[in-house]
Structure formats: C-alpha cells, structure tokens
Write a protein that binds this ligand. Sequence first.
Ligand code: NAP
Length: 300
Amino acid sequence: MIFIYDIIIIGAGPAGLTAALYALRANKNILILEAKTYGGQIVAAHKIQNYPAIEDISGIDFANNLYNQVKKLGADIKYETVLHIDEQRKVTTDKNTYEAKTIIIATGAKNRKLGLPEEQRYIGKGVSYCASCDGGFYKDKIVAVIGGGNTALEDALYLSSIAKQVYLIHRRDSFRGEETYYNELKKLNNVKFILNSNCVKINGSDNVENIIVKDINNGKEQQIAIDGLFIAVGQIPSNEIFANVIDVDDKGYIIAHDDVYTSKEKIFVAGDARVKKLRQLTTAVADGSLAATVAISEMR
Ligand code: NAP
C-alpha cells in the first residue's frame, strides 16, 4: 500500500520550514522536499534587523534555529529535486514518487542574473550573488554592487566593512531599498554611488578586472577597475514545473490573490514563490503558518 503524507512541503526556506513547524505541532505526517540546502535565500543575509523581537541575527543563525526547531519535532527532510506534480498530488522527484493529501509549494525565488553574455563565465571568478557568502574574499580590495533594492544596500553596507572601496551602481537616481540603509551608506567614505547607470560589460582575463558602466542619461561610458562584482538585482521564481497544474502569472509567480490558495484545491503556496506585495522574512513565515493551517483544515 502506498503511504500518503498529510502534507508534502516543497522547499525548506523560512516559509516551508514554518509550515512544517505548524504541521508537526498539529501531529501531521509531513515530508519536506528540498533540492539544495535548507534555509533558502535568507542564509545570504548578513544581518536581519527587521524581524519583530529579534534585534539582530544573521541569516544563517536564523535558518539553523528554525531548522533545529523542526528537526526536534521529527521533521523528515529529503534532499531531492521535485520534477513534477500532478492534480492528484503525486509528487515525482529525481529519486522517488510520493503522494500527499495536500501540498504546500514554498520554493521561493532565485537570484536574477544581470543578463550580460560574459556573466556566467566569471561566476566564482569575481562575480557573486551573495555578499555574506563571498564578501570575505575581498578584504582591502575594490568591489562593486549592482542594484537598488534592500539586498544591494545591505550588501554595500556589509562590504564597506571589508573592502577598501565599494561602488554602488544603480540604474535609477533613487533606491527602492529602505532609506535607513541609504542614510548609513551616505556616511561612509569608502562607498561611492554611481546612479542612473548600467554595467554593460565585465572584463578580465581569468578573473574580473574591470567593468564598463554606462550613464543612461548621456550615454557616456567609464571603465572601473574592480576585484569583485556583487550582483543584487532581485529574484525570479522557479515555478515552471508547477505550471501544468496551477496558474502562474506572466512573471512566473504562483497566482494566490494575496493568500495561500492556488488555483487548484489542496495545493497551497507560501513565501516568495507567490504573487505578493511584500517579499520579506515576516511575510514568508506568515504564509508558512497560514498554509499549514489551511492545509490541515482542508485535508479532511
Ligand atoms: P528588489 O527589491 O526586487 O530590487 C532589485 C533591484 O535591482 C531594483 O533596484 C532594480 O532596479 C534592480 N534591477 C533589476 N533588474 C536589473 C537589471 N537588469 N539591471 C540593473 N538593475 C536591475 O530585489 P532585492 O533587493 O533582492 O529584494 C527582494 C525582496 O526581498 C524585496 O522585497 C526586499 O525588500 C526583500 N529584502 C528584504 C530585506 C530585509 O528586509 N532586510 C533584505 C533583502 C531583501 P529598479 O529599482 O530600477 O527596478
């Protein structure tokens, strides 16, 4: 006889692990499927300072705490890549097939690439998408950060404490990230803003040596010598494998109308993978708790 889980949770980031926490506390049989490592994108956060009641915690500590919390409750996490789900909630991975009464998709989003043809070639050779992972390699060196959201601002702040010089390059003249970060950055002598500009070329022999930055107003290009390039231009979802069963929008986010219900009954979505107004840790864990709660109530 095939074992049928109460809930299969796809993704072990903050949304998925919070869903697991709520489901396990309700004594449900759950399986968490994760393609890479637990924690999701939050592990790349050097500091989290906007989570209520926790003044300051690193992304890695947050992820470890949450992981340990669900493991203590007996969470079953399998490191398998989901390839397919069907309308009967059969989940096929690269290793197995499982069945569940309900599914919670919590697959988050991945880093958006800048889109330059040479970008891929320099990954790990000066190009990075994670300042807290790779920033340490740039002690007393020169780095550039591209982007204008919270990630870019936080990365620039973090890197300013390590690198000799940080260029923050953004395609507009104002940032969409929080003003607090911008105000802190303005006070730093080793941070230089290059606004209304795009990075149009990455150059180097083996490793990144310089970038070409183009002013979008006057078309002028300048070459900037750097050792490292941190690209922080947002995220994109990876929901292609679910699109056969549930509706996604034109950007690939799962349509959920600001709650966790997808277009298919008994399949729910939590966290950054869905259409939503605010993608933060607080909203990811809120989604995870709600998704588990509605999954429990609708599995009967
Ligand atoms: P984001 O807020 O979507 O910002 C992406 C930035 O990259 C934008 O400034 C955008 O420019 C720029 N951009 C996009 N494509 C580009 C391209 N091809 N070339 C140059 N620039 C490009 O992404 P994020 O900063 O990764 O943040 C994602 C979400 O996580 C947000 O909701 C953010 O608030 C949240 N987050 C929160 C925290 C925190 O609360 N501590 C930390 C990190 C992230 P435009 O502004 O011109 O569109």
